[in-house]
Ligand binder design. Structure first.
Ligand code: AHR
Length: 507
């Protein structure tokens, strides 16, 4: 638990390393690769790049793999996003020269199908991550979904398992995570559904999918977490998968509930406090899950479904238009907003089973490619520090500091959430014996001299900062990166204005 009080006196951060709350599931650092803009084509897959030293024999970008792999990103979601609503997976397997091209309706392009399931599985292996596939709830059928699961996971002598073998992949891919559609509530979605219609379809598909493979982890399509859509679909779908032959209720049909949110503003403070809405939405969604879970006949021994925050990031669609490829030019302010986003997932790690930054390459991404190489955007460095260090156990933390009381966008920051200038999460990494404290100082002008309680002595500080909050790394010059220093935290530490700091203290 991270608690906060507003005070105009000396700010403080007290951490309680012995008060371990819950293990932090590293799945909160997962990624997302969609057939959108240059994420797949020109991002992770670039066979026509004239700089042959940048690609391997599969056409995968080596510099992208080299950048992503050390982050140990656990899971990548694929193939969308909105793209899923008209995607037919069978068009993307088999000999490449025989794969059909189709008009793509989500982003208005032509999908060549040159990259598909088998390529994605191979790419996941190259970055040591697990795949998470999203089913087509738009123009797709249940038969097609069952066939995809059998293609990926089938071990028997069946049509689709044999199709995979014939395509040169003897071993099953053992894909565990499957989403029951994407944003089916949105009016931009091909075959948009009402909550009632979606819930009934999701329930019937989930039943069949679990009959085929009871070990699948199925993700229900939610909205923003605090919406009547979330309430209705959870109420209908959180239930056991019928009874077994002995009359015992089976496991829940639904294992996770997906929610999405993007935040952004040209105003720095609105930009950095915007993500705090997600914290409130997680709390609300957790309650919406609890009601049907406790009312259902799901055996008490079964785990409560968790939240899958499978799209989050800083994104202003009017600035980075989706159909134009959704390429954001992230500022230092955006990097600090990403720090707040990730602090939230750490603070809420008991309730969030997975979170996926949207997206992992080129589209709304911390990592950009050109034909010549890659650029790490401002947001990359904060994401990197979380992926590498914010693991182990969430620990109790109490923060006292000034509160931002200015303008917020109502839709992004509801009144129920406090907005301290110092946004904090802390963890204890048992493996390394290190307490990690992640601190965003949002203030544009104030360096905060902060009294630290619970840690004493030498600490390492990894800081992400820049000359001002508008700087970006996309102009050919790296203006934001990580600086490292060793400090004595016996009394206090000064957190510089508009910075992200990771304090690492050997306990
Ligand atoms: O990540 C970009 C798009 O945003 C996704 O395709 C969609 O699910 C969301 O609206």
């Amino acid at each position: 638990m991270t608690t906060f009080v507003a005070t105009s006196k000396t700010p403080y951060i007290n951490v309680f390393p012995d008060h371990r709350l819950n293990p932090i599931n590293r799945l909160i650092y997962s990624g997302f690769t969609e057939h959108m803009g240059r994420c797949i084509y020109g991002g992770i897959f670039d066979p026509d790049n004239p700089n042959k030293e940048l690609i391997n024999e599969d056409g995968f970008r080596l510099d992208v793999i080299e950048a992503l792999k050390p982050l140990k990103i656990p899971v990548f979601r694929y193939p969308g996003g909105n793209f899923c609503a008209t995607y037919h997976w069978q068009d993307g397997v088999g000999p490449r020269d025989q794969r059909p091209a189709f008009p793509e309706l989500a982003w208005g392009t032509v999908e060549t199908n040159h990259f598909g399931t088998d390529e994605f599985m191979k790419w996941c292996k190259a970055v040591s991550a697990e795949p998470y596939l999203c089913l087509n709830f738009g123009t797709g059928t249940l038969d097609e979904a069952l066939a995809w699961v059998d293609y990926c996971n089938g071990t028997k002598n069946t049509k689709y398992a044999n199709m995979r073998r014939a395509n040169g992949h003897e071993e099953p891919y053992k894909v565990k995570y499957w989403a029951l559609g994407n944003e089916m509530w949105g009016d931009w979605q091909v075959s948009q559904l009402t909550a009632e219609a979606y819930a009934e379809r999701a329930l019937q598909w989930a039943k069949a999918l679990k009959l085929l493979d009871p070990n699948l982890v199925l993700v229900l399509c939610g909205a923003e977490g605090a919406h009547s859509w979330d309430f209705k679909v959870l109420k209908h779908c959180i239930r056991p998968a019928g009874k077994d032959d002995l009359g015992e209720y089976r496991k829940p049909l639904i294992d996770m509930h997906s929610i999405h949110l993007y935040t952004a503003s040209y105003d720095h403070y609105e930009n950095v406090v915007g993500p705090l809405t997600a914290e409130r939405n997680i709390e609300i969604a957790k309650g919406l899950i609890d009601i049907p879970f406790y009312e259902s006949k799901i055996p008490a021994s079964q785990p409560r479904p968790l939240i899958c925050f499978d799209e989050w990031n800083v994104w202003m669609p009017s600035r980075a238009v989706g159909s134009a490829g959704g390429e954001e030019n992230y500022t230092l302010s955006d990097a600090l907003a990403v720090g707040v986003w990730l602090n939230i997932f750490v603070r809420k790690s008991a309730d969030v089973g997975m979170a996926n930054i949207a997206q992992s390459v080129n589209v709304l991404s911390p990592l950009m490619t050109s034909k010549q190489g890659i650029t790490k955007q401002t947001t990359w460095y904060v994401y990197e520090l979380f992926c590498k260090y914010m693991k182990g156990y969430l620990i109790a933390t109490h923060v006292g500091c000034e509160e931002y009381t200015g303008k917020t966008k109502v839709e992004y920051c509801r009144a129920t959430r406090r907005t301290p200038y110092l946004d904090v999460s802390a963890c204890y990494d048992e493996e390394e014996g290190v307490v990690n404290i992640a601190v965003v100082n949002m203030h544009l002008d104030n360096d905060y001299e902060v009294k630290l309680g619970g840690i004493k002595g030498k600490a390492q500080v990894l800081e992400v900062n820049g000359d001002d909050v508008k700087v970006t790394n996309m102009g050919g010059e790296q203006k934001v990166g990580i600086t490292e220093k060793e400090v004595d935290v016996d009394e206090s530490y000064k957190f510089p204005k508009h910075s992200f700091s990771l304090l690492r203290y050997k306990a």
